[in-house]
Ligand binder design. Structure first.
Ligand code: UD1
Length: 357
């Protein structure tokens, strides 16, 4: 069997690490396509190096653009690749423009399509990711769901028969890296070993593209009593430059984007997390660090149980959220026990057998 994975943005590289390792250990050939949606070294190559992922077989080099231009460029560039490689499965990850473009190309070529992280919903139709994930789920032949709630969402959209609960492949990687970080903690730029700090990330269009909202969120974080380590995503860097908003105010400690072990280590050490990233909400939950999500909704409601994560779209209340008592309730394993990638491989093999009969 030959599986082609299509990835393009930072969180997809993390998920790719566990899938690649599970495919190879099952003796399945794996062809990796990087769309080039993320192209700077510190949000792309470094993940392949740190997580031991082989270099992509192809990089489409599409770069940035409007949603339509970026999605269209990926679609046009991937057609000839899939047509010459003819994999048995194309595996797409998450909810980015790379995901949707690869899904469209795949189904139009009548190649079986599997969607990893299927069934997540924010029910917010203003989010570009919501369109990407809904459309991809409905195009896919196999929906690989990370959680029970994702399975419920797929069922209510009539997709139960092609859906399988596999667990979350990002949790696989996060759990493995936590163990490594405990053995040998990496240094984190901007933070001395014995300092207490908050950890924050901000990259979503809803929080970064409107100057007043962006300035307000950053001012609130800057007013916290401990340093706020803020790895700066390219979109945040660009918008702050464009709107003339300072990243060096008050408690803020802006640093370059961190690699994966550094991120996990920062989460394990941080007193609290502020973020609008889906992945980080989950990683904070897995590391047992209280999280405040600067959004009105989450695709990962499991993280809200017991107060480990709270939704705080009103930026005025971020400081209040920082002061909330640390949750004490047990966290459970809503994202699986660290073997999701092996379940993905099993689901692909079983679905292949069905297609052949
Ligand atoms: C994308 C995904 C989002 C995911 C995020 C992870 C979509 C619609 N969004 O958002 O779901 O959570 O990746 O980080 O696919 N840029 C650079 N260097 C780079 C890449 C981007 O400077 O290497 C700049 C470009 O100006 C670009 C902007 O960042 O316009 C945003 O990049 P883009 O890939 O469009 O979306 P993200 O905000 O990263």
């Amino acid at each position: 069997m030959l599986v082609a994975s299509v990835v393009g943005a930072r969180p997809q590289f993390v998920k790719l690490a566990s899938v690649d390792s599970a495919l190879r250990s099952a003796g399945i050939e794996h062809f990796i396509v990087h769309t080039g949606q993320h192209y700077e070294r510190d949000i792309s190559e470094i993940f392949f190096e740190q997580l031991g992922i082989p270099s992509p077989d192809v990089n489409l080099g599409v770069g940035s653009g409007t949603h339509g231009a970026q999605t269209g460029a990926i679609l046009a560039a991937i057609d000839p690749i899939l047509s010459s490689v003819r994999p048995d499965w194309v595996l797409v990850y998450g909810d980015t423009n790379s995901t949707l473009a690869a899904a469209i190309s795949t189904v139009k070529m009548h190649i079986p399509l599997a969607h990893l992280e299927a069934g997540l919903r924010s029910f917010n139709r203003k989010m570009p990711e919501e369109h990407n994930r809904v459309l991809t789920d409905h195009a896919a032949d196999l929906c690989l769901a990370p959680t029970r709630l994702a399975i419920d969402n797929l069922s209510s959209e009539g997709l139960a028969e092609r859906s399988v609960l596999v667990g979350d492949v990002m949790a696989d990687v996060c759990m493995a890296i936590q163990a490594e970080v405990r053995r040998s903690p990496p240094t984190i730029e901007g933070v001395a070993a014995d300092t207490e700090f908050y950890f924050a990330t901000l990259h979503r269009a809803e929080n970064t593209d409107e100057p007043r909202r962006l300035a307000h969120i950053l001012a609130q974080l800057a007013s916290l009593e401990l340093p706020v380590v803020l790895p700066v995503h390219p979109r945040l860097r660009e918008r702050c430059g464009q709107f003339d908003i300072s990243l060096t105010q008050g408690a803020l400690v802006p640093v370059s984007p961190l690699g994966y072990p550094q991120t996990v280590s920062a989460l394990m050490r941080a007193v609290g997390v502020f973020t609008d990233s889906g992945g980080l909400q989950k990683e904070a939950y897995l590391t047992g660090t209280p999280c405040t999500t600067i959004r009105p909704e989450t695709e990962w409601p499991e993280t809200l149980v017991g107060g480990w994560n709270v939704l705080m779209p009103e930026c005025e209340r971020l400081v209040e959220s920082a002061g909330r008592p640390r949750p004490t309730s047990p966290r459970g394993l809503p994202f699986g026990g660290g073997d999701a990638a092996h379940r993905v491989v099993k689901a692909l093999c079983e679905a292949s057998a069905k297609i052949m009969h």
